[in-house]
Design a protein around this ligand. Sequence first.
Ligand SMILES: [Zn+2]
Length: 263
Amino acid sequence: MSIQTIVDRLKNPKYTGTNRCLKCTYVNVAIASVGGGIIAFYGTLLHAGLAFVVALCVIYFWGYLIPGTPRITKQYFPASLYSVFHHTRGNESQQGFEGVFDVEQVIVQNNIASLEEEDLQLDPAFRNDWSNKITSMSFEDAAYGLESFPNIKTELTFRNTGGKFCARHLGEQLAVWESKEACIAHFAGMEVLPSHLQTEDQYTLEEQYQLVGSLRLFTPICPCGGGITEKIETIESCCDIRETLVLNCSDCGAQLFEMQDPP
Ligand SMILES: [Zn+2]
């Protein structure tokens, strides 16, 4: 058995590795430092150093130092402080194409969706065009759509990693979708969007990508032709419990969209 295997077996998988919460780790290291300082003040530097090393080992293998930290954080942290530790994740499918503009305003201004009793409703004509394109588009067409971005220099590689579908470019992760089906739905949306924009030239390709990334909340159909089911899942991580809106295909089960903390 290699040393790495032994180390991995000793680790608490729930709060270490990919499940490690860096912010909780920093807090626990800070607590260990303060504890070490107190021991140094009242005891000796040797004892303080030993205590600090032991504390770091506990954090490394267990994920946190103070027993029950994740549970206490979930239940008793004041909201203002809690928000500091709240894991924030944007819409991952927008990675690599950053831009800041008011998506909702653009969608409503162009009649792609309308605000009805504070809820956005997709325009039936857009929904129809998008549905037809989703079920007729091949993955190769979707990949071609992504490769046509001006900042794409070489052929992209695609792979499933950690339950997500990723596009990589020059060895770096360019974009992530919930599934291959979600990627197809995204680029099907990119195909039909221009004909529904009143001033198409006003928006860059990246902005159109971002617009459709948000519109995927209303994905009307799966590329397999299956309908969409919507549900709220409660996902528990080390220091918080979050609600996640998930869209799945009712036929093939593919996940089409995911949104944390839905409004
Ligand atoms: Zn499907």
